[in-house]
Design a protein around this ligand. Structure first.
Ligand code: ZN
Length: 290
């Protein structure tokens, strides 16, 4: 029986797959894969062994990085492991019309949502030039993940290799987007440190916003985040690891130690994501009993 959905899992495709995680790891991205590897075959086996599904995606930052990704490869992994993987696409917003058409292609390929990383892609998500891309995403009723909070990408390097953290602020960026596009289901990735309280304000105010709890060890979640996912935003938070930056094993063991209600845990692990993604999942015990 399906136990959990990991909302945030990275794979590499295209040029990036050929290059592998080595350079990113050297540039400061912490890899933490345990006994598993970053080969999607291996990752599928890992998630199957834990009765989980995983939302997989790559990130297209070609304008900045010169590296091509291939959403078709993401779709091919989903096709190979349809019981385990849910695919999201990615477009480099600087590509304009090409990016718009690629959103359509992602939908045709069976990808279920889109993912942006404003730091790595170097863009202001509220700039109107990107609106047509959001309109394409909305046409396909795709939820969309935006990075929020600081990033491990290039952390510690001189000038953070030119990456600007500003665009990863929940307020004003995610708040403005959510207000401008109420039909867009916006998932703010990560607990958004050091802007976690702003993220909680957006979650509580904008009905079309969600968060994933990836990329941050649960034992270091801010107290206000723990309090809110246990109460007011319990229907809007998703389990996520940010694999290969963190293993599901570690995330789950630390999550188990958080002071959360038993009725809330299955929502965060499974039911909130299942509902958003339209995946059938057995009702939690507490719900069937009431
Ligand atoms: Zn990530």
């Amino acid at each position: 029986m399906l136990k959990a959905i990991d909302m945030h899992v990275h794979i590499l495709t295209g040029d990036r797959a050929r290059q592998g995680w080595g350079p990113a790891n050297k540039a400061g991205l912490p890899l933490s894969t345990g006994k598993w590897t970053t080969d999607p075959n291996n990752m599928a086996e890992m998630y199957q062994s834990m009765d989980m599904m995983a939302v997989i995606f790559d990130v297209d930052g070609e304008t900045r990085s010169g590296m091509k990704i291939d959403n078709g490869e993401t779709a091919a992994w989903v096709k190979k492991y349809p019981q385990t993987f849910i695919g999201f696409g990615s477009v480099d917003p600087w590509k304009g019309k090409i990016a718009e058409r690629e959103v359509d292609r992602c939908a045709d390929l069976g990808l279920r949502g889109m993912k942006f990383q404003q730091a790595a892609q170097g863009f202001d998500p509220t700039n109107e030039r990107f609106y047509p891309i959001y309109e394409a995403i909305i046409r396909h009723k795709m939820p969309v993940i935006f990075h929020t909070g600081t990033t491990a990408v290039a952390a510690g390097s001189p000038g953070g290799r030119g990456i600007i953290l500003e665009y990863c602020k929940p307020i004003p960026y995610m708040d403005n987007l959510a207000a401008r596009f109420p039909e867009m289901q916006i998932i703010m990735a990560h607990p958004s440190w050091p802007w976690h309280d702003d993220q909680l304000a957006v979650l509580r105010h904008k009905g079309n916003t969600y968060m994933d709890l990836s990329g941050w060890a649960p034992k270091y979640f801010p107290a206000s985040t723990v309090h809110n996912i246990n109460t007011l935003v319990q229907d809007k938070a998703f389990f996520g690891t940010d694999y290969p930056m963190m293993t599901p094993e570690r995330w789950l063991s630390e999550f188990a130690d958080l002071p959360l209600k038993d009725s809330v845990r299955p929502k965060i692990l499974l039911h909130n994501a299942a509902k958003l993604l339209g995946i059938e999942a057995a009702a939690p015990l507490s719900a069937t009993q009431s």
